[in-house]
Design a protein around this ligand. Structure first.
Ligand code: FRU
Length: 424
């Protein structure tokens, strides 16, 4: 893979491949990699809004951080429209499924706070209307910078285009709650370049989003993960021997899998403040396997790099499949090579009886995995569903070498802090 000349010298790595052979090892309903059934009687955070992607406040090393004893989460959020004529069906009933499915087009960043790491109270919108340069405020990462409470929110400004941006503000606490102030000036950082990362001009279904900045525990430099697709015109990608991997006889046919071209992108900061970034070649590609590797993030454990990313059944390529959920890969150094966890990559998938029960999992360094409830069947045939738009029960996993195991289940939206910062 080619890259633009880098201030950091030669391109440091070749992308690791998630191969079709790896994906053939994905099996739904293995109890060690399956999320426990979510009951249809779940509580909702709010009757006013849907929430989905959840982004806990953390420090640059990845530790979930509370401030003055308050936990803070950011969520993608959209109003619910139970009384809007636009969302009534022919019988005059609220069509919550359509309202939910339309949410991405009006996603805004909200925040919530809590004393207990659950029972979240709504704080409100992070940015006032008109601050963000595009219609949609899509996922990213809030980083607590210092004891003054400064926060850099990295996120994706979408429609028109898709730009990785950041906005700086401050978290302020009282004994009654938390407010966010500032968050008034959005700084564009970078967009897909068409050479390493696919652009909208190359593919109308391109993905370029979900920044996750971090400090490499080994080299101390500031980097950022993000979701991308491998550059090139739609349909031009080759699914060759390397992408196929070591498959049994009869599994060589790749069908139309050239249309699935997900990758996990990485950029390095040229400055300490993270205002100036250089994209590097992807860490991991899934050409011929899957079209989306969303919200990539790391857990650094035992001197290893555990790379997690969420993906869907519907984004798998011809001839391979797997549940909606979180997938993972492990390496001994930042630039790989990465090996799929559990042989296949699957870490925590939905059970096949409730294939859409949760999504957008975030694995935290304490082994807790947060996600949101999408929809849960309310009858045995699965034809009736209840829409979530709220926090799912947190799951505990154990990460051991190249394997992971589901070991615990906690309360809805349980995101306890790993450290507390007293603000000055
Ligand atoms: C994951 C996701 C993110 C994106 C957001 C859009 O659930 O698809 O990749 O930022 O949701 O709503």
């Amino acid at each position: 893979m080619k890259s633009t000349p880098s201030k950091f010298g030669k391109t440091p790595h070749q992308p690791s491949l998630w191969t079709r052979a790896d994906a053939l090892k994905v099996h739904a309903d293995d109890p060690t990699t399956t999320q426990p059934l979510v009951s249809a009687n779940f509580p909702v955070l709010s009757d006013e809004v849907f929430i989905w992607d959840t982004m806990p406040l953390r420090d640059i090393d990845g530790n979930i951080t509370s401030v003055d004893g308050w936990s803070v989460i950011f969520t993608l959020t959209a109003d619910r429209h139970p009384n809007d004529p636009q969302y009534l069906d022919q019988n005059g009933n609220y069509d919550v499924i359509r309202d939910w499915n339309d949410r991405h087009g009006r996603a805004k960043m909200y925040y919530w706070f809590s004393r207990t790491g659950k029972d979240w109270k709504l704080g409100g919108r992070v940015m006032a209307e008109g601050v963000s340069p595009t219609v949609r405020e899509w996922a990213g990462t809030p980083i607590l910078l210092n004891e003054q409470g400064e926060v850099d929110l990295y996120y994706t400004a979408v429609t028109p285009g898709a730009t990785i941006v950041k906005v700086r503000g401050r978290v302020v606490t009282t004994e009654h709650g938390v407010s966010l102030v500032g968050f008034e000036k959005v700084k564009p950082l970078f967009e897909a370049d068409g050479k390493m990362y696919q652009t909208e001009a190359q593919n109308a279904f391109w993905g370029f989003r979900d920044p996750w900045p971090f400090r490499d525990p080994k080299d101390g430099k500031l980097y950022m993960l993000f979701e991308g697709n491998v550059a090139g015109e739609r349909g031009s990608h080759k699914v060759g021997k390397a992408e196929i991997g070591d498959v049994p006889p009869g599994y060589e046919d790749v069908g139309n899998s050239r249309f699935q071209t997900a990758c996990v992108g990485i950029a390095v900061a040229r400055d300490e403040d993270g205002d100036d970034w250089e994209m590097l070649p992807p860490l991991l590609t899934a050409v011929g396997v899957n079209d989306q590797t969303e919200r990539p993030h790391f857990v650094f454990q035992d001197g290893k790099y555990y790379l997690f990313t969420i993906s869907h059944t519907f984004t798998y390529a011809d001839g391979v499949t797997g549940p909606d959920g979180v997938y993972g890969f492990v390496a001994d150094s930042l630039f790989g090579p990465y090996a799929p966890l559990n042989g296949s990559g699957l870490v925590l998938g939905n059970p096949s009886s409730q294939p859409f029960q949760t999504y957008s999992h975030c694995v935290m360094p304490n082994g807790l995995v947060t996600s949101f409830i999408d929809s849960v069947p309310t009858d045995d045939t699965g034809t009736q569903i209840r829409i979530g738009g709220t926090e799912a029960p947190t799951v505990g996993i154990k990460i051991k070498g190249q394997q992971t195991f589901v070991v615990a289940e906690y309360d809805y939206g349980y995101i306890p802090p790993m450290l507390d910062v007293t603000l000055k």
